[in-house]
Design a protein around this ligand. Structure first.
Ligand SMILES: [Zn+2]
Length: 487
């Protein structure tokens, strides 16, 4: 019902903001430290796949325009839409409004119903271009004289001339034709309609329009005048429009590893632009351009060709809450002394070693982590892997032939991060058992034991061994069918 209403009605001011706040509070309990734009990215691009309400509403508007421009059946809605657009500001434009130059795009949209204002505002967000100007048929006759980048009429760039043309109802190429005389409009008649005593401006308008037309268009006009062609119809034919990312406004160079995909998106034909493309284009248009994909780009520069493996953070082995810690860590959305000291009385030093507690210190450098890292290095070596800070933070890509091992290693890395996170919280709350190595070991054990009990009860010990007892590194199953933990 919500989507239906947002599809057909413009929401009240503040409605979407309020709704979004409620959704974020529900999912994140008020602790959403990662920017909202990031949450809306797909999981494999470093987001949480949360649907963006603003983006969805804009996509609805673009889809409404697709139906208006290209739908074979003209519904009652589209007849009404054409009538509203045609009357807008006395321009007598309709779909032509959508290919006026951005400079000429009317700022004051108050003459339109709210829904149609929303359509035009959404359209203005993107770079939209028409491949060529019309040269024949009703399309040529309805070609705009004002703000038309493909029919430059310089004299009409003057504000007063434009106003006079609108009042004279001469805003399209067809309006300059006199079918009774079978010729272009007489400059004297045009001057009278524009309320001018001098013929200079009308002559210039006629000269410039004729000069701007292509030979094919001029030939069509001559033929139409000879044959007494029908008056311009209200709506031109389907528009050959493309839609793409807007030109960058600021001089700010985008981050080389930006979370935005805007630079990758190419303009596409608006007629066949799929919903997925429109959603991605809209989502990336106003957010994330200058934001790096992960906070660790500067702290731990990735090796050549390396990047965060977002898709490896969650898997069938890594449950959601555990994967969330790794995800938040990559976005720097975890608490540190340096961050907390800005708005709480908590000191900015590490609760274990009193060194300034930065993100790098909490998860890589603190002396308390070294036994845990030695244990991980030992385990990974038995899987023929070399433990490194890069592997710990950016995780292991999941490859087909080594999938079982990769899934298991990513689970171990995620459990290690969770152990660091939890023991730090415990220390701050003055609780005991703050040894991250011991917490890591016990969480691995409890995971394996729970899985073993489940496998034993469902008679699927073979599958358990394939998944958990790889090379006997973590555990093995004895011939009698009991579990032996080796970690
Ligand atoms: Zn420390």
């Amino acid at each position: 019902m919500l989507w239906y209403r947002l599809n057909t009605l413009a929401p009240a001011p503040g409605f979407l903001t309020h709704l979004r706040r409620l959704i974020l509070e529900f999912f994140w309990s008020g602790m959403h430290w990662a920017p909202v734009g990031v949450l809306h990215l797909p999981l494999k691009e470093g987001g949480q796949g949360l649907k963006c309400l603003y983006t969805q509403v804009r996509v609805f508007r673009l889809q409404a325009l697709q139906r208006l421009f290209y739908s074979a059946r003209s519904s009652a809605w589209s007849i009404l839409a054409h009538a509203f657009l045609h009357r807008f500001q006395g321009l007598r434009y309709d779909r032509q409004l959508f290919y006026l130059s951005p400079r000429g795009f009317p700022r004051d949209l108050s003459g339109l119903p709210v829904f149609y204002q929303d359509l035009l505002r959404t359209w203005k967000l993107f770079l939209t271009t028409r491949s060529v100007a019309a040269t024949v048929g009703a399309d040529l006759l309805t070609e705009p004289l004002l703000h038309n980048p493909q029919l430059r009429v310089q004299v009409a760039e003057s504000r007063s001339v434009r106003q006079r043309l609108v009042l004279a109802e001469v805003t399209r190429v067809g309006d300059l034709l006199d079918y009774d005389r079978r010729d272009w409009l007489d400059p004297l008649t045009l001057a009278r309609r524009m309320g001018l005593s001098s013929l200079r401006t009308p002559r210039r308008i006629l000269q410039e329009v004729k000069a701007a037309l292509t030979p094919a268009a001029r030939a069509y006009v001559s033929r139409a005048l000879c044959e007494g062609a029908p008056r311009p119809s209200l709506t031109p034919g389907p528009l050959d429009l493309s839609i793409g990312p807007p030109p960058r406004r600021s001089q700010q160079t985008p981050h080389p590893f930006t979370a935005s995909r805007l630079h990758e998106l190419q303009p596409v034909s608006f007629q066949i632009a799929p919903r997925k493309y429109l959603y991605t284009l809209t989502l990336h248009t106003h957010t994330l351009v200058s934001r790096p994909d992960t906070k660790w780009r500067d702290l731990l520069p990735p090796l050549e060709g390396e990047q965060p493996r977002w898709a490896s953070l969650y898997s069938t082995l890594v449950p959601r809450p555990i994967g969330d810690i790794s995800w938040r860590l990559l976005h720097g959305a975890v608490s540190t002394g340096v961050f907390l000291t800005r708005f709480t009385p908590i000191p900015d030093t590490c609760p274990f070693c009193n060194v300034r507690e930065t993100l790098g210190h909490v998860y890589l450098e603190c002396a308390r982590l070294q036994p845990l890292f030695r244990l991980l290095a030992n385990i990974l070596l038995r899987f023929w892997l070399h433990f490194s800070p890069h592997l710990f933070i950016y995780t292991l890509p999941i490859c087909g032939p080594t999938k079982s091992r990769d899934l298991l290693v990513n689970l171990l890395l995620a459990l290690a991060k969770t152990a660091i996170y939890k023991t730090r919280e415990r220390r701050l709350a003055h609780e005991t058992s703050c040894d991250c190595g011991a917490v890591f070991r016990s969480s691995v054990h409890s995971h394996i034991q729970a899985e073993f009990l489940w496998a034993a009860s469902t008679d699927s010990l073979d599958a358990f061994e394939e998944r958990w007892a790889l090379s006997g590194v973590l555990c093995s199953v004895t011939p009698s069918g009991s579990l032996r933990l080796t970690l």
